[in-house]
Ligand binder design. Structure first.
Ligand code: TYD
Ligand code: MG
Length: 455
């Protein structure tokens, strides 16, 4: 038999190294490499008999896939993010900062599913059963039939699950606490997290029960250790929020059974998480309509339009290299907009500090926000407030042209619903109803926008 060998595994990214090093070459993190037994729990093992696989014709499966049986929680923000309910036999990873509300969300989901007659098992490795029950009471979920277990060992968990009638969903909170006897490393290490997750995913596939794994995230936004779980599971959801704001966003990062650009919005209250079905109202809630430097961006998150205020502050700089600070948007994109304003519109920002903030701690990833950002910058520099009843969207190219973006009609409809009277949008936007086109201003390039704002 071959001599058992240990390897060195980075606890941040899962990269395998032949020897210990202070810094991981793969992700650049320091002091993350730990010696582990690589064979732990991952297949292999001596004396495995040769087994036969089974091949199935593709056509024979079509019905099964289309009707992938899903379990719906009735919490519509959650159901949308999972692509119309959690698919039976699938494994999901829910990641987020410690204390963001993952356990709260999943307890509420468990209660909602249980009320609809599904059998749910909630396995907590972090809190005792009494603590979980206390939280459930606070969330008014205590009177449901959710089964609780405080367990961290995979073999024990699987034994417990085999005693009960087969559950529809098993929640494991959190994956960092799980460990299996087949791996030698300490709980929380990559090997343990991977082996334990694999065992649970296998359980899901073989029994048809859905499994949700909860994972804590480190400060840099990566799920610590369990990042290696991301590609093993069928879906990855992130639960995020900004300190000081009480709303939380559940975002799909990966979904084998649905779209990946959906968000669910919740508000954390004393009675748990509350669904926010119209996030635009929330993001526009504290708007100061007459202040220069603010533009309302008509954005899209997956299939849903979201209106959010973009705030800019442009002030003369006393520094040799002026400051550029961005919260909620891409700083490289801001530099690009500033460069286009300078090169094509004669707007000089080289002697000015520029601060950009997306209101409410919301984060935008769409290039469609370019026009709103440019509008906010010019408005702040000129000291002139933009019309309060106007929304902005459109992508700016390096030549200064404004390019059409997708879903113009939906953006306009949402703006109208919230009382906005007009929109500044790219010329040539598709599918816009005539009525909306009449009330909006179609612009072809950035100099056009600047002259409209600053005269
Ligand atoms: P929790 O779900 O324990 O976070 P995680 O599992 O992601 O670590 O959430 C804890 C936070 O949520 C804590 O700061 C208190 C807050 N909270 C409320 O505001 N209201 C509630 O009803 C509950 C249960 C928690
Ligand atoms: Mg928790």
């Amino acid at each position: 038999m071959a001599k058992p060998r240990t390897t060195f595994i980075c606890q941040n990214c899962g990269a395998v190294h032949a020897r210990w090093a202070g810094k991981c070459d793969s992700c650049g993190e320091w002091n993350t490499i730990v010696e582990e037994d690589p064979a732990g729990g991952i297949g292999g093992g001596p004396g495995k008999a040769l087994r036969k696989g089974r091949a199935v014709a593709l056509t024979a499966l079509s019905g099964e896939i289309e009707n992938a049986p899903r379990i719906l929680s009735g919490i519509s923000e959650l159901d949308r993010v999972t692509g119309g309910g959690i698919v039976r036999g699938s494994a999901l990873l829910v990641g987020g900062d410690p204390g963001i509300g993952k356990s709260t969300l999943l307890m509420q989901a468990a209660a909602a599913l249980s009320r609809k007659g599904h059998r749910i098992v909630y396995v907590s490795g972090e809190e005792a059963v009494a603590q979980v029950r206390l939280r459930a009471q606070r969330l008014k979920a205590a009177e449901t039939d959710v089964l609780l277990a405080a367990e961290t060992n995979i073999e024990d968990i699987l034994a417990t699950l085999s005693l009960e009638q087969r559950p529809d969903l098993v929640i494991l909170d959190s994956v960092q606490t799980l460990w299996t006897e087949s791996a030698d490393s300490a709980p929380g290490t990559v090997t343990q997290v991977r082996s334990a997750s694999q065992a649970m995913i296998r359980y899901a596939k073989s029994t048809g029960a859905a499994v949700i794994l909860v994972g804590h995230v480190t400060k840099d936004g990566q799920i610590a250790g369990p990042r290696v779980v991301e590609h093993m599971v069928d879906g990855v959801l992130y639960f995020e929020g900004e300190g000081g704001h009480h709303y939380r966003i559940l975002r799909t990062v990966k979904n084998r059974f649905g779209p990946t650009d959906e968000i669910g919005v919740f508000e954390m209250t004393s009675g748990g998480l509350r669904e926010v079905s119209n996030p635009s109202e929330l993001f526009l809630g504290e708007r100061n309509e007459n202040a220069p430097g603010a533009a309302v961006f008509a954005g899209m998150e997956g299939t849903r339009p979201v209106l959010v205020e973009i705030q800019a502050l442009v002030a003369p700089s006393s520094l040799g290299t002026p400051r550029r600070a961005v919260v909620g948007w891409d700083s490289a994109r801001l530099s690009m907009i500033i460069a286009v304003l300078e090169a094509h519109c004669g707007v000089r920002l080289g002697q000015h500090d520029v601060y950009l903030n997306v209101a409410g701690g919301y984060r935008i990833s769409e290039p469609a926000a370019d026009v709103a950002v440019a509008g906010a910058l010019v408005s702040s520099l000129a000291g002139l407030a933009l019309p309060a009843d106007c929304v902005y969207f459109g992508e700016v190219s390096l030549s200064g042209a404004i390019r059409p973006v997708a879903h113009a009609a939906q953006r306009l409809k949402e703006a109208e619903k919230l009382g906005f009277k007009s929109a500044v949008m790219p010329k040539g936007s598709q599918d816009v109803p005539d009525a909306s086109r009449k009330s909006s201003i179609e612009i072809a390039n950035l100099p056009d926008l600047v002259s409209r704002i600053a005269g």
